[in-house]
Design a protein around this ligand. Structure first.
Ligand SMILES: Cc1cc2nc3c(=O)[nH]c(=O)nc-3n(C[C@H](O)[C@H](O)[C@H](O)COP(=O)(O)OP(=O)(O)OC[C@H]3O[C@@H](n4cnc5c(N)ncnc54)[C@H](O)[C@@H]3O)c2cc1C
Length: 398
């Protein structure tokens, strides 16, 4: 039997377990604890029970029998319109580090059309071998043909670790590939390490609304798959003198077997690219309304930067989601991050606290954002931001 087991003979119906369940899965009916469908066996109630009346029993997953035959670290190199995405080079830096620790080779998977130059770049960024799948069916990202190629390659060549960037395409592809391979996937990692004793990949990511950092392992299935958020890791220096092997592989699905057709690809004008911005000026709930973003935009424009937002401002409908920074928005790492009217909630900090220089403008001197700020300005953003804009405009001659 598996599930949350309530040992009736021990349970005193004290109710200690009810409030600690993060999913509201427990209720008390008479003097009986009832376990609802929302229970995901997290075990929070087990720790809270003073009578040791709760026990979690999990079904044993069958382990992959040939684990030892899986070797090597792989990275999917994402590209868009023939240009590699920087997140892939960040992955390559991590892949190289992990491969070195394990004493194995690093392989890059480059899929697309007319993307041979990216295979050569992948070698410069650390790959020992590149699987190059160059085919018109792969020109634009679609789940089916991309997943089919990667699943085929994994089954054939058996990597022990497979990393993808946690971009929109990477998240989609990783889920599809892991499902087909019946293996585990840790999404949105912020840290990757090798356990020296077991050689297992330790995958760290925020959990429970960012309040704890969970380290997850995948001991029974292969490959160990993880997606990693943009800008968590540095892009390693490219070394053009490196050499590696490029293996050309045919696509798996012919066009007639691909369900999705792409009629056209339109890039929205004015699209924000927070991930690559060197300067970001962010507005929070403190801007007070959609028009409160006007001074934020002006400062960003004078500095040649992008406009960010807290989730509170996005949820209020003052600015589109594409601007959101934080755990459920973009992870950014600019040279300069100016937070205006942002309190500094942990979920916001999760997306920006590794910025090189952080300037916080807030009228509350106790705001937590000041704990991570390089420079703090206590005051009204509607006085300070226009004053900064005017001064930068004067000094920069813009
Ligand atoms: C699962 C989960 C995921 C989340 N993901 C994200 C995320 O990705 N990104 C994110 O940002 N949040 C996220 N949140 C929400 C987060 O917890 C906070 O609610 C949010 O960040 C608060 O936004 P804020 O700082 O703009 O607003 P508030 O916390 O309300 O802070 C507003 C600040 O503005 C200051 N202020 C007001 N007026 C002025 C003025 N005139 N001049 C100067 N300062 C002023 C105030 O002193 C205050 O500090 C998430 C929450 C959960 C539970």
């Amino acid at each position: 039997m598996s599930g949350l087991i309530v040992l009736a003979e021990r349970c005193t119906a004290c109710g200690s377990c009810l409030g600690v369940c993060p999913f509201g899965a427990l209720s008390l009916e008479g003097d009986t604890i009832v376990v609802g469908e929302q229970c995901n066996l997290c075990g929070a109630c087990v720790d809270a029970c003073p009578s040791e009346a709760l026990r979690v029993e999990r079904p044993e997953a069958e382990a992959e029998p040939d684990q030892a035959t899986y070797r090597g670290v792989w990275v999917w190199v994402e590209q868009f319109q023939g240009r590699a995405c920087t997140i892939s080079w960040e992955m390559m830096g991590q892949g190289r580090r992990l491969a070195n620790e394990l004493g194995v080779a690093l392989t890059a998977c480059v899929l697309g059309h007319d993307v041979g130059h990216i295979a050569r770049e992948a070698i410069a960024y650390g790959a020992d071998r590149v699987f190059l799948v160059d085919d018109p069916t792969l020109a634009v990202y679609r789940t089916d043909p991309y997943a089919a190629v990667l699943v085929h390659l994994v089954r054939e060549y058996r990597p022990e670790i497979f990393l993808l960037g946690a971009s929109a395409r990477g998240r989609d592809l990783a889920g599809a590939v892991a499902t087909d391979l019946h293996t585990g996937l840790t999404a949105d990692c912020t840290g990757l390490d090798i356990d020296p004793e077991t050689r297992l990949l330790r995958q760290t990511r925020p959990a429970f609304g960012g309040n704890i950092m969970a380290t997850i392992i995948c001991p029974k299935h292969r490959p160990q798959m993880a997606t990693v958020r943009h800008r968590v890791f540095e892009v390693p220096p490219a070394d053009e003198s490196r050499s590696g092997q490029i293996v050309r592989v045919p696509a798996i699905l012919p066009e007639e077997r691909i369900a999705c057709r792409v009629a056209d690809f339109v890039l929205e004008s004015g699209q924000v690219n927070l991930a690559d911005a060197r300067i970001i000026v962010t507005g929070g709930r403190g801007v007070g309304g959609p028009e409160g973003f006007d001074p934020i935009r002006e400062l960003a424009e004078v500095l040649g930067g992008a406009v960010g937002a807290s989730r509170a401002a996005v949820d209020a409908g003052w600015i589109p989601y594409a601007h959101q920074v934080g755990q459920t928005g973009r992870t950014v790492k600019p040279d300069l991050y100016i937070a205006c009217g942002v309190s500094g909630a942990i979920q916001h900090l999760a997306g920006m606290q590794t910025s090189k220089v952080i300037v916080a403008i807030n009228k509350d001197p106790e705001a937590p954002i000041f704990n991570v700020a390089t420079y703090g300005i206590v005051g009204d953003l509607f006085q300070i931001v226009p004053a900064l804009t005017a001064e930068f405009r004067r000094r920069l001659g813009r």
